[in-house]
Design a protein around this ligand. Structure first.
Ligand code: DX5
Ligand code: ZN
Length: 229
């Protein structure tokens, strides 16, 4: 496993949600062989978001064949109740949503005690002030640029000011990730605003050549203003 999110540089985080689930193993192997270091894993509970995806057994299975950094995005209520299962399944980073917790610091400490990196995510209309009590102690902040629940939605440029605001507040050891509607048209805007970690599902796995699509997106990100730092 690599040491993301602490190592510097722009990273693509392909979202498995858009993969062909009849060929999950092949798809994971293909994207890893193609150079992906991070795999974004979307867990949904049908409560916090109006959809269900996959959970522990799938993550456990792909862990057996992959060395990528597993970036697990919990779109669930009660993240503290399930975090340990997702760490045992092989997650390297657990990101929870600020909207579902009463005591965010306790959740951060719980996840950290499990021995993995900790991220916090904000829905499109959740202000940066919502994470004030934990901003200095998380490894990553994930900005949703769609309403979570489904892949294939349109990028919401109105979240970009929030990205720029966060970029100023975060230290160089912390990562800033964006999720939702990232593709050739939006990726440069996100990087210019300050993002260094870019989730993309549809724009990678739903393309005829996912590896070429990922490399192209990475190139666009690195070449965008601010992309080389
Ligand atoms: C949706 C998930 C996203 C999703 C992104 O709630 O959090 O990670 O896979 O999909 P695209 O890249 O298609 O917008
Ligand atoms: Zn996600």
């Amino acid at each position: 496993m690599n040491n993301f999110p602490k190592s510097p540089g722009i990273r693509m985080a392909p979202s498995l949600l858009a993969a062909d689930f009849t060929r999950l193993g092949e798809q994971v192997a293909m994207i890893e062989k193609g150079g992906a270091e991070v795999l974004h894993l979307d867990v949904m509970d049908g409560h916090f978001v109006p959809n269900l995806s996959y959970g522990v057994p799938i993550i456990e299975s792909i862990r057996e064949q992959s060395n990528m950094f597993f970036d697990t995005h919990l779109m669930i209520e009660e993240p503290q109740r399930y975090a340990e299962s997702f760490v045992k399944a092989g997650s390297d980073l657990i990101t929870f949503h600020i909207e579902v917790v009463n005591n965010p610091l306790a959740v951060v400490e719980h996840i950290r005690e499990l021995g993995v990196s900790v991220g916090v995510s904000l829905n499109p209309t959740t202000p940066v002030s919502a994470i004030a009590s934990i901003i200095d102690v998380v490894d990553l902040v994930l900005i949703m640029s769609i309403w979570p629940g489904f892949g294939g939605q349109k990028f919401m440029p109105e979240v970009l000011p929030k990205v720029a605001e966060l970029k100023k507040l975060l230290g160089s050891h912390q990562r800033l990730e964006i999720d939702g509607g990232i593709g050739p048209e939006s990726i440069g805007l996100a990087v210019e605003a300050g993002v260094d970690t870019l989730v993309a599902g549809t724009a990678i796995f739903r393309q005829p050549d996912p590896v070429a699509a990922m490399r192209h997106l990475h190139r666009l990100a690195v070449d965008a203003p601010g992309g080389d730092n």
